[in-house]
Design a protein around this ligand. Structure first.
Ligand code: SIN
Length: 495
């Protein structure tokens, strides 16, 4: 029977040693004197106390990562790096139940979603195990006689990795797997809300044969310590997933030593429903895109733009689907919507509802939560009559709020959709092939879902345009973020 509370669930882990509260530096597990509390969000009670690393720990980890990286790049073949990654993938899948439980407890997402995320996390490792061996260079015809020009791809070096709490496992592997495949080392600052998945993954990485110092995990709540990753001259690359504000700050700090930077930042995804759409597909798509992780993903539909003719039927069908959602403890198999990460996340949803209603929107389902409730729950809510003057039009809600805007023409839909500084994901539904090609081209985003709400996969490039950041993760491009091109000119070949 599934555990009904966090401490029973931890006791029931098949391998209790995967729940780790220590830092991992240079291949050693380090129980720090200073710790911070991590909460289980459905009850807002303490789940555990994890090591709180300081500036000196980051210096130590960066120094160890530098030594480990040089050795690793010099002395392993791409095939050997691929083999280590494959073993890591296998161990993760073998421990799926425990990793899912740990992830669900720290993040709140349902056990089904948590296990889905662990599988998704492993898929990046399996993918980059293959990509390791496909890093080709060029030979280039030279303009000088008796000369050869060729290129190789080298590891960028030590990488600083800063990840978010909404995908505690997948955002680690989407960055670390290509880094290892390329021959880099990493110093990870996991999210302080959800550090346990990162530590469990590191433990399995150690068992898979990742050498000491190559992967370091340093939980911290000390901003100054984490900032070391963006400023320390030995770190040559920084990869961050999180808010646009923090991304801009990291890019500025990283500019001091001209690090390579990739940023996967906030979104404000439009989800457009044209009159000619298949409504069954639309409802399936919107439930995935809007309510996955209780609405806390960067690619979540933030604005539902619905053509006037289909709006009444769409509203009715959406309310019907949303009314079936069940909020609760993530490990309860009946739960379909876990809590949000913390109180300020719930406050933001309430603020967006309050603002929209005060400006004329209508609550079709749900509404603000009871402020005295236990745990960080936000009620899945559908609003109609939403307009560009409302907060939700420009600000990512990051919660289970589905605001419906109506539009008349394709041109109006595109204008509304692109009227934002963000450009991560966009979705639309239509059965008109010409429109599908046209709208996919005209949406100012890095990722488009056409007649689907599911766009995330190891093989698909993930990343945005505009203020949603730069760089691509996953796919054949993801490894390039951890490489530098060297060109070699060999002259006087027949002298
Ligand atoms: C994110 O929200 O940052 C990632 C979502 C995904 O990989 O689908």
């Amino acid at each position: 029977m599934a555990a009904t509370n966090a401490q029973d669930a931890l006791s029931a882990l098949k391998d209790r040693s995967l729940f780790i509260e220590e830092a991992y530096i240079n291949g050693k597990w380090d129980k720090k004197a200073k710790t911070f509390d991590v909460f289980e969000p459905s009850t807002a009670t303490v789940l555990g106390k994890v090591a709180n690393c300081e500036v000196q720990d980051f210096h130590d980890a960066i120094a160890a990562a530098d030594v480990a990286q040089r050795d690793f790049e010099e002395n392993t073949t791409a095939a050997q790096r691929g083999a280590i990654l494959r073993k890591w993938n296998d161990l993760i899948l073998a421990n799926l139940d425990d990793l899912g439980t740990i992830l669900s407890l720290e993040n709140g997402k349902t056990i089904a979603e948590a296990k889905g995320e662990v599988t998704y996390a492993a898929s990046f490792i399996a993918w980059f195990a293959e990509e390791a061996t496909r890093s080709y260079g060029y030979t280039i015809p030279s303009s000088t006689p008796h000369t050869n020009v060729y290129t190789t791809k080298e590891a960028v070096g030590v990488c600083g990795i800063i990840t978010p709490w909404n995908f505690p496992a997948a955002m680690i592997t989407r960055k670390v797997a290509p880094a290892i495949a390329a021959g880099c080392s990493v110093v990870i600052k996991p999210p302080s809300e959800t550090p346990y998945s990162a530590l469990a993954l590191a433990k399995l990485g150690e068992l898979a044969g990742i050498p000491a110092g190559l992967v370091n995990v340093l939980p911290t709540r000390d901003r100054q310590a984490a900032t070391e990753l963006a400023t320390h001259p030995t770190v040559r690359k920084i990869s961050f997933t999180g808010s646009t504000g923090v991304g801009k700050m990291l890019a500025k700090l990283a500019a001091g030593t001209l690090k390579k930077v990739s940023l996967e930042l906030g979104g404000n995804a439009p989800f457009i429903v044209f009159d000619d759409a298949d409504l069954d597909l639309v409802i399936e798509g919107v439930m995935i895109s809007k309510f996955r992780c209780s609405g806390q993903t960067c690619v979540c539909a933030n604005r539902l733009l619905v053509q006037k003719g289909i709006a009444p039927e769409f509203n009715r069908r959406l309310v019907e689907a949303v009314s079936k959602l069940k909020m609760g403890f993530g490990l309860d198999s009946a739960t379909t919507q876990g809590p949000l990460v913390n109180k300020s996340a719930v406050d933001k949803v309430n603020q967006h509802i309050e603002d929209a209603v005060s400006k004329g929107a209508k609550i079709e389902f749900g509404g603000k939560n009871d402020e005295n409730q236990k745990g960080f729950f936000a009620i899945p809510t559908v609003l109609s009559g939403v307009t560009p003057q409302m907060l939700v039009a420009n600000d990512e809600t990051f919660g289970p709020l589905a605001p419906i805007f109506e539009f008349e023409t394709e041109e109006d839909a595109l204008k509304l959709a692109n009227d934002t500084e963000f450009g991560l994901a966009g979705y639309f539904f239509s059965r008109n092939v010409g429109r599908c090609l046209r709208v996919a081209r005209k949406l100012q985003v890095g990722m488009v879902g056409v007649n689907t709400g599911k766009i995330s996969a190891a093989e698909a490039p993930f990343g945005g345009v505009k203020e949603s950041g730069y760089g691509r993760e996953g796919s054949l491009f993801g490894i390039e973020e951890y490489q530098v091109i060297k060109s070699v000119t060999v002259g006087n070949l027949n002298k």
